[in-house]
Write a new protein. Structure first.
Length: 155
């Protein structure tokens, strides 16, 4: 509902509503294979990751929508928009993961808990970047339409 209030477009709201659960389910899969428990720290990591996932998806949608409003074709729009924003998402992802590196090297029981937190958050951010660079632009190309064209067609 909050995303809809800011985007004011139902189809544009649908794209993050698919990207967020997909990224979190992928994170749960990695947690399962790493034999992590669902504790307070991993749940906090998933909560923090949700903000990054939504942010990545919305940044991509906004940049692509900007080109759609200019009247470009959807495929050209996605290529232009993704070309501009792709490096930013990749650099943001690696810088966020770099912040978590000290938590990987903590020792003792506290280190094990924070290691689960750091790995869960890093995996969620990494999966979010992959989804934002692949699935989100594809859905934008297929689902988003220019509002100017939609208004002309409705008359």
């Amino acid at each position: 509902m909050v995303i809809y209030l800011f985007l004011r477009n139902g189809i544009a709201t649908l794209i993050p509503s698919i990207a967020v659960p997909l990224s979190l389910v992928g994170t749960f899969a990695v947690m399962y294979f790493c034999d992590f428990s669902i504790n307070n720290l991993t749940l906090i990591a998933l909560t923090v990751a949700t903000g990054f996932v939504v942010d990545d998806a919305i940044v991509v949608i906004e940049n692509i929508s900007r080109y759609l409003e200019k009247g470009d074709k959807p495929l050209i729009t996605v290529l232009k928009g993704e070309g501009e924003i792709g490096f930013i998402i990749i650099s943001l992802t690696f810088s966020l993961i770099a912040v978590l590196i000290p938590l990987f090297f903590m020792s003792d029981i506290v280190g094990r808990l924070f290691r689960e937190f750091a790995i869960t958050l890093a995996v969620a951010i990494l999966i979010s970047a992959v989804v934002s660079l692949t699935l989100t632009p594809m859905m934008c190309a297929r689902l988003l339409k220019s509002e100017a064209k939609t208004k002309i067609q409705s008359f």
